[in-house]
Each structure stands twice: as C-alpha cells, then as structure tokens.
Design a protein around this ligand. Structure first.
Ligand SMILES: C[C@H](NC(=O)[C@@H](N)CCCCN)C(=O)O
Length: 461
C-alpha cells in the first residue's frame, strides 16, 4: 500500500502494488520530453548563428528569457500546485511548455525582422511551463512515495529526464539529416517531443483520476488558507537544504555552460573532445542516482550523503586548473551513445569529471527527496517551488558573474590564465555548498532532527 495513503481517504478497493510505479513512469516520460526540449536548443545555436547572425549575447538571452519566466511564476505556481493538485497542474504546465516549444520552432518566422525576439518569446513560454512542471512532477513523487523508496523513485525519474538531456546533446548524431536541412527541422523534432511531454502529462492525470475513483486516493491534500508569509515560513533545516541546492546547482549548471570553452582555451582540447568530456557528467549521474537512491532508502544517512557529495564537488575545479599527469587516454565508444571520450583526453580531466559526476549523482538523489522529511505534504509544492526559485536566482547570477569575470580577464586560448579566477569562483561556491550540507548534517544529529539520517521519516509537527 502506498505511503501517500496517510493523506488519502479510506480506500474502497486495495490499490495494486505497482500502481505508483505506473504513475512514476508516466510522469518520468513527460520529464524526458521536458529535459529534451530545454537542451535541444544548444546543438542548434551554430545553425542560428549562420542563418540569422545570432550573437553570443543573443544566444545567452534565450537562456535568460527562460530563467526570468521561471522566476516570475515559480512562487505563485507552487501555491497553485498545492491548491489545484499535481494532476491538473501537470496538464496545465505541460500544455504551456508544449506551446513554448512550438513557438521556439516558429518564432523566428513569425518575427522576421527580429528572429531572436520570436525565439526568446518561445523560451519565455517554455520557462513558465517547464520549471513549474518539474516542481509538479517532483511533488508527485514526494506524495506517492513518501517514506517508501522515495530516493530510488526520484532517481529513476531524474535518470529518465537526464536521458532527455543526453538525447538532445546527441541529436546531431542520430538526427543528422534534420541538422543538414537547417535550424528549424531539429527544433520541430523538439516540438514533437514537447507535444509528447503534454500527452504523458495527460496520461499521468488520467492515472490520478483513476486512482481517486477506484481506490479513493486523493490527488490533492488539504491546504491551509494561504497566508503570504507562509510562503517562506519553513524550518531551519529546510533552509540549509535550499542553501545547498543553490550553491550546488549554481556551480554545476554554469560550469556546463562554460565547460566547452574552458577545456578548449585552457587545456587545448578540440570542441568534440570537450563535448564528450562534458557528457561524462549526465552519464555518471544517470548511472549513480538510482544506486545512491537505493542506498538512502535502505540505510538513511541522507544528510551525510549530501555532505559527502558536496565535498566531492570542490576538488575537481582545483585539479582541472593545476594538475597535469601527462597521461592521455585512448578513445572510448559505447553502444548507442557513440564516443563518450575522445582520443587524447588528459587523464586528470577525466578523473576530475568523474568526481564531479559522482557528486552530480549523489547530491540530487538525496537532496530533492529530503524536502519531504522537512515540510508537510500540504506544502510540498510551495516548498519545491521556493527552492527552485532560489536555485534559478543563483544559477542566473553565477552564469552572469562568470561571464563578466571571464570577459574582465580576457580569458581565451591566447590568454588561458584569464580562466583561473572564473574556475576559482566555482571552487568557492561549491565549498559554500559543503558548509550548508555540514550544517544540515549537524542539525540532523541533534534533538530537532527530522529523520534524514533514519530509514523512515518522522511525523511532521
Ligand atoms: C531535479 C533537478 N532539476 C532542476 O534543478 C530543474 N529546476 C532545472 C532543470 C534544468 C534542465 N532542464 C535536476 O535536474 O537535478
């Protein structure tokens, strides 16, 4: 019987054991589409430069449009999820996201004089649907799996989602014909996946409705009357998790944005080798997350795992800057994925990325489920939305700051030293993440612990 039954009406019929996994599958396939459409833009940017003369700043603005939309809507959207329920919210945000994806593919044609504007409008609409859908999907897992395989379930959802990112990264390989046709065809493929995202959101909502009808499982839980101050009134431990979330993702995501340039300028890698090296991150994360999720469900020790993961994130930046083994590796190819490591990649960079990949598996596998231990189910949507809001602020600020420091230091292949302060910024921020996780671990060892270190959650006061 599902743990979410504590928040449900008495069940007229027993719910099949596998039902919550079916719910998870539908939600996760929708997340695959969601992550694909977000990342599908990047391999197309060279074609946009060629077709419309997009500048680097214009490409950057496409990301900013997404971040701004998310920031403007996340807080109200989180409350909406708690009030409307995850099923209706998912369909709503899936529909907005799919519309955004199609607008990205048609935007430049709709605004012929200013193609970047049409596309930015699409990214804005996508930003509204995408981040709120992720919040709703995370809340679904939190409510259906709380106290029962939650870390594993969330890891499976993220594994399928990150496979969407990986597929988008690899799209020039498996959909090379579309790329030969120009910028629009690959974005139309993303549009198809955007529609698939919406379709699976509807399927998930159907499963919720069926569960309510046949098994008496409620999709929504009673929320108290909304008081504005409640939006930010959470336990201190919640804020340590938010601090870690901000520092961790504001390190990882901006690093992924600048990684190609850094590896090319600072270490002389080719663009192909840099891209392959970068993809070690999602790959290791996909493999490691379910394993760490299982470990957390079986042994608890979630705060300790977060501390270990965030500690692992610090050394790679220092190693990438100053460690030279002189050893280079041969090409590594995997079935389906093709080249995951180009010939001649330096060993120390692979080791650094492997450490970072482990951190990218360990921390997300326990960080998101941890919130269900810290806030009541009725406020889970708001809690995730607030955390994502803070994450977006950190992510956007750090990307902008790194770009500024890079420009100020004139970092380039001719002046690789300009990269040192940029990468040191990442080392400092990842250390801050470790401090937050240490504070969380310490508070979970005291009298006010929430059970993060235990196998099963404690009841909320
Ligand atoms: C679960 C977490 N997701 C996020 O952090 C999202 N707010 C941003 C995802 C951006 C790529 N679509 C994760 O992926 O670890």
């Amino acid at each position: 019987m599902c743990a979410a039954m504590t928040e449900a009406a008495p069940s007229p019929r027993p719910q099949p054991a596998g039902y919550r996994w079916l719910v998870l599958l539908a939600c996760s396939v929708a997340m695959f589409g969601n992550y694909y459409v977000f990342d599908a833009l990047y391999p197309v940017t060279p074609l946009l430069e060629k077709a419309f003369g997009f500048t680097g700043e214009q490409v950057g603005l496409l990301d900013t449009a997404y971040n701004v939309a998310a920031l403007l809507t996340l807080l109200a959207g989180g409350v909406l999820i708690d009030r409307l329920g995850t099923a209706r919210s998912s369909v709503l945000f899936g529909a907005i996201g799919a519309a955004g994806t199609l607008l990205i593919a048609f935007g430049p044609v709709l605004t012929p004089g200013t193609p970047a504007l049409g596309m930015a409008a699409g990214r804005f609409v996508l930003g509204v649907g995408s981040e709120l859908f992720i919040v709703a999907a995370t809340t679904v897992v939190g409510r259906w799996f709380k106290g029962k395989e939650i870390s594993f379930a969330l890891a499976i959802q993220l594994l399928i989602a990150r496979f969407g990112s990986l597929a988008a990264d690899q799209s020039p390989n498996f959909a090379g014909g579309l790329f030969e046709r120009g910028w629009q065809a690959p974005l139309l493929l993303a549009g198809v996946l955007g529609v698939a995202w919406f379709v699976f959101a509807v399927i998930y909502a159907g499963l919720e409705a069926n569960a309510a009808r046949r098994y008496g499982v409620k999709g929504t839980v009673a929320t108290d009357k909304l008081v504005l101050g409640d939006l930010v009134r959470f336990d201190r431990a919640y804020w340590w998790v938010v601090g870690l979330c901000v520092a961790f993702y504001a390190t990882i995501f901006p690093f992924r944005t600048f990684a190609n340039l850094f590896f090319i300028d600072y270490r002389g890698l080719t663009n192909e080798a840099a891209g392959s090296l970068k993809s070690v991150l999602p790959l290791l994360s996909m493999i490691g997350m379910p394993l760490f999720g299982l470990l957390a469900d079986k042994f608890g020790k979630r705060a300790l795992m977060m501390a270990a993961g965030s500690a692992l994130l610090v050394p790679p930046f220092l190693l990438m800057l100053w460690w030279h083994t002189g050893v280079v590796l041969p090409e590594v190819r995997l079935p389906l994925l093709g080249t995951v490591l180009a010939a001649g990649t330096p060993l120390e960079l692979v080791l650094a990325m492997a450490m970072m990949g482990l951190a990218f598996a360990l921390v997300p596998a326990v960080l998101w489920p941890a919130v269900t231990y810290l806030v009541p189910g009725s406020r889970l949507g708001s809690a995730y939305a607030l955390m994502t809001f803070c994450q977006q602020v950190g992510w956007a600020g750090m990307s902008w700051g790194m770009g500024k420091v890079k420009d100020a230091g004139h970092a380039s292949a001719a002046a690789p030293g300009g990269w040192v302060p940029v990468v040191l910024m990442l080392a400092v921020l990842s250390s801050a993440g470790f401090v937050f996780s240490f504070l969380l671990w310490r508070s979970e060892r005291g009298a006010g612990a929430h059970g993060l270190e235990d196998v099963t959650p404690r009841e909320h006061a």
